[in-house]
Write a protein that binds this ligand. Structure first.
Ligand SMILES: [Zn+2]
Length: 483
């Protein structure tokens, strides 16, 4: 028996000012073969899981490309085509295979392709024919098109946001596809279109209960797998929006009814799952209030994990002007500032221009006299069971503010982003992180409270104001009733 595996992902924000070319992949994750043996990158997690399970079950494993670029603007046409062709060439070269498992994101848009993952899986199906089992794992922030569902035997997404279950879902996918290959089950997929643009934070009720009900229903009464694909709202493409996926054992009617019922349940929860986000003034007021433990505030609008630049100065400027103290903020993607700090050296004082370089959504740069508290070369932070590189980092002090700067664009996932400089989260009254939700997994156990802040930016969560002229149907909350 032979298993073919590959991983390809990025998340495309069509409003992002950051071009996605070849370097975006090379700098983050690009391993042409055997990444499961050579890379600690979190996106390689499913490949490691599949190799281990496959080898235990007696499969030979052919491992193709593993590539990931930080979320940004549309991927260049030549880059997308080269990535696609690499995987397909490896698949052809592998000869007859019994099973294919692909770890994809599901929200990758190229200059000439709105549905990269759907195109890739459909092309793989074309090569393999109908009898080879194809399983696909997607990030829940995917668009989930009919094309990818039609080309897959089993299709599932992560259930958790923050994505703490990437490897667990990989295990589910292996088991289901191995059962399908062996003829023990006959998976059939239905997709329900929720026509919603929203963010669902899965630790919070009532979303928590929704996820738990999906998990509890799996593996009984013919239901094999249930996923809520949250969708990725910052993409002006026809399939933008949330979808529910139901996979049943040989019962298309059950799959349809189950997916539709979950979509209705989600719709009925829409007011209760809508975020209460702080304004700029409310966030600054918290930074100025007498400290009681550690407050962590997320600058969701400048989340690199949603394709924003991560160099917006909107909050920084307000905190400087207000004279906030015992406050940390970051991470600013500013390779030039990091370079200047590195050259000046730890302990040096220098005038530093910070952030505001990428485009109008980043605000204006902030000029501050700073002291360099430390430099970390080739920094990494933990994300789930893997690692995410940050590039060279600098922590600088200006008044009562500690400002984290880094050279490889990424969101803050973990307190170690700050603590690798020898400071402690507990040194601060308020910590502002450029992240929408993934920070929550590692910060929540140590924070006294967490707030989400919405200021102008390329990942601003005012979905009612999003301009999506290419969306092929009405979407809530742009319209009150999309049905
Ligand atoms: Zn995601």
């Amino acid at each position: 028996m032979k298993l073919f595996i590959a991983a390809l992902g990025t998340e495309t924000n069509t409003f992002s000012p950051i071009p996605t070319g070849r370097t975006a992949f090379l700098d983050d994750l690009y391993v042409e073969a055997e990444a499961s043996r050579r890379s600690a990158h979190w996106f390689v997690g499913p490949l490691r899981v599949w190799r281990e399970m496959a080898e235990a079950a007696g499969y030979a494993v052919v491992e193709s490309l593993a590539a990931f670029a930080p979320p940004g603007g549309p991927t260049r046409r030549d880059v997308w085509e080269a990535l696609r062709d690499r995987v397909l060439a490896d698949l052809r070269a592998a000869g007859p295979v019994d099973m294919v498992l692909l770890n994809l994101h599901g929200a990758m848009v190229a200059e000439t392709e709105d549905d990269c993952e759907g195109a890739l899986v459909a092309a793989a199906r074309e090569i393999l024919g109908p009898s080879v089992t194809i399983g696909v794992e997607l990030d829940l922030h995917c668009h989930l098109t009919d094309r990818i569902a039609a080309a897959s035997d089993v299709l599932l997404t992560y259930k958790e946001y923050p994505h703490i279950d990437v490897d667990d879902r990989a295990r589910d996918l292996f088991r289901l596809c191995d059962d399908a290959r062996a003829g023990r089950i006959r998976p059939t997929i239905a997709v329900a279109d929720c026509r919603m643009l929203a963010v669902w934070r899965t630790p919070n009720p009532p979303t928590r209960g929704f996820v738990d009900r999906m998990s509890a229903a799996e593996g009984r009464d013919g239901i094999l797998s249930l996923s809520l694909a949250h969708g990725f709202p910052w993409a002006d493409i026809p399939d933008v929006g949330a979808k529910v996926v139901a996979v049943t054992d040989g019962d298309p009617g059950l799959a349809r009814r189950t997916a539709d019922a979950l979509a209705r349940e989600l719709w009925d929860m829409r007011e209760a799952t809508t975020d209460r986000l702080l304004t700029l003034d409310e966030a600054v007021a918290i930074a100025l209030a007498p400290p009681e433990g550690v407050s962590v505030l997320a600058d969701v609008s400048d989340n690199a994990g949603a394709g924003a630049a991560s160099d917006s100065t909107v909050l920084l400027r307000a905190l400087v002007e207000a004279g906030a103290a015992r406050c940390a903020i970051g991470s600013f993607w500013d390779p030039v500032a990091v370079r200047l700090c590195r050259e000046a050296g730890p302990g040096a004082r220098l005038p530093l221009r910070i952030g505001g370089k990428t485009g109008p959504m980043s605000g204006d740069p902030v000029d501050l006299p700073v002291r360099v508290l430390g430099i970390v070369r080739d920094a990494v932070q933990t994300y789930g069971n893997g690692k995410q590189q940050m590039g060279d980092c600098a922590l600088v002090e200006a008044g009562g503010l500690h400002i984290l700067l880094n050279a490889s664009r990424t969101q803050v996932f973990h307190p170690e982003a700050f603590e690798q400089f020898g400071v402690s989260l507990n040194d601060y009254a308020t910590v502002f992180v450029k992240s929408a939700q993934h920070f929550n997994a590692a910060f929540a156990p140590r924070a006294d409270r967490i707030h989400y802040v919405a200021v102008p930016g390329s990942a601003n969560p005012d979905f009612a104001a999003l301009r999506l002229p290419r969306a092929a149907r009405p979407l809530w909350p742009i319209v009150a009733d999309p049905f």
